[in-house]
Design a protein around this ligand. Structure first.
Ligand code: ADP
Ligand code: MG
Length: 411
């Protein structure tokens, strides 16, 4: 598709300060034919439903894959020992406890990506199949889960600067998914409408990473920015109120928005000396595709893709008295902790699954244990210094592997 960058949006790629981003014009959501549009349109602040998807005629499931990053140059220089061994073919990862005279521990996942694996391989083998499902009308989520510094953001975002042409080798899941979606729409000559949202969840507060704001109204203090509320929709799902849904027609537009939101997240962190390691980001793409059947019947497929960069898993490793202290210090991540409990309840087939106990699990309820397709990318470092945290991550991810969503047809 010939993408013509809109000059008025150029500042979104590398804004002088992300809080001074010019507000794009508001436009209504409307149908587009693949390849026919090139400018960003906002549909405006709205209520965006968490639930979605139809034609769920295939079995839904949860895929858990493991990615182990390479030792960094600094770690190599410091002769840090590697304590994780990956066998991509056997889909096994072994934690070398034998270095500490204990038995090694091996875990099997749906896929294992060792330190040499490329961004493209992760996307093609773990994520691409579920993106295909989004266009078939499924509600799908990709989570990056792991200790801070293990490559969650690298895996999800990677390099996102490129607007047109080939994606760089370091491009992560987000830009690759965007490109993939548009490639399919183009190949199908699809009639579609699409919008995106990008939010951050920190201390159980949601902020809109794409909100139009000016510095005077909303200073670089996330606590002074308007927060977004999460309401019940009466059907067991949730609705986000106040989140801007941006109508998009080309990959370049979405790359700019991703870049913008991700820069805003980082800048807010620096300004307040906060750690992005304690916040979750959720980027969502909503797609309606109009399909005409051979019998000339018009069908609508509605899919949603959530790409989630979770807070560092170190915050769920705390327990007991330490947990109380951590909560008092505001260090405990309620959402991540609840996500762990939800996973446990689903694995144990409990009658009560505590989705309602945190905003993240309310937001993503439909993606865990419901009708959705989920891919969890657990990230670890091979460093011997992080062995304990690596085991926590592997343990949680392994338990999530046992969740098998029951196939249901969406009403
Ligand atoms: P997290 O988001 O989990 O805290 P980051 O994505 O910020 O971790 O990664 C930490 C550092 O490691 C970054 O400098 C990143 O570029 C690098 N890194 C992570 N994974 C890889 C990888 N697979 N290959 C090369 N560098 C990586
Ligand atoms: Mg990160």
């Amino acid at each position: 598709m010939a993408h013509t960058p809109n000059p008025s949006r150029r500042s979104w790629v590398s804004p002088p300060t992300p809080f001074l981003t010019p507000r794009p014009e508001r436009r209504e959501l409307r149908w587009a034919e693949a390849g026919s549009h090139s400018s960003v349109r906002r549909s405006g602040v709205g209520a965006c439903s968490i639930n979605g998807g139809n034609d769920r005629d295939r079995e839904a499931n949860v895929q858990v894959v493991l990615r182990c990053r390479p030792l960094s140059v600094e770690e190599q220089k410091a002769n840090v020992q590697s304590a994780v061994s990956c066998n991509d073919t056997k889909r096994e990862v072994t934690v070398l406890n034998s270095l500490f005279k204990q038995a090694d521990k091996t875990f099997t996942f749906d896929k294992v990506f060792g330190p040499k694996s490329q961004q493209r391989a992760i996307y093609d083998h773990a994520v691409a199949p579920i993106v295909d499902d989004v266009l078939e009308g499924y509600n799908c989520t990709v989570f990056a889960f792991g200790q801070t510094g293990t490559g969650k953001t690298y895996t999800m975002e990677g390099e996102m600067m490129q607007q047109v042409g080939e994606l760089p080798a370091s491009a992560g899941v987000m830009p690759r998914a965007v490109r993939h979606i548009f490639d399919i729409l183009k190949a199908q000559k699809a009639v579609y409408s699409m919008k995106v949202t990008f939010l951050e969840l920190y201390n159980e507060e949601i902020t809109d990473l794409l909100a139009s704001e000016d510095q005077s109204r909303f200073p670089e203090d996330r606590h002074k920015r308007p927060t977004i509320s999460l309401m019940e929709d009466g059907k067991g799902g949730s609705v986000i109120r106040g989140l801007e849904e941006i109508v998009v027609y080309s990959p370049g537009e979405i790359y700019s928005l991703l870049q913008h939101g991700s820069t805003r997240r980082r800048t807010a962190d620096t300004a307040l000396n906060m750690q992005s390691s304690r916040s979750h980001s959720v980027f969502s793409i909503y797609i309606h595709v109009k399909v005409t059947t051979t019998g000339n019947q018009e069908l609508m497929k509605y899919g949603r893709l959530n790409l989630v960069d979770l807070a560092g898993s170190e915050s769920i490793a705390r327990s007991g008295a330490k947990e109380v202290r951590a909560r008092e210090a505001g260090e405990l991540n309620k959402s991540l902790l609840t996500l762990g409990r939800v996973i446990t309840a689903l694995v144990e087939d409990s009658v009560h699954v505590p989705y309602r106990d945190s905003k993240l699990t309310r937001l993503l309820r439909e993606s865990l244990g419901g009708k959705a397709k989920t891919c969890i990318i657990a990230t670890v470092t091979p460093s011997v210094h992080c062995l304990e945290e690596t085991l926590v991550t592997l343990d949680y991810a392994y338990r999530a592997k046992s969740i098998r969503n029951k196939p249901e047809v969406n009403q």
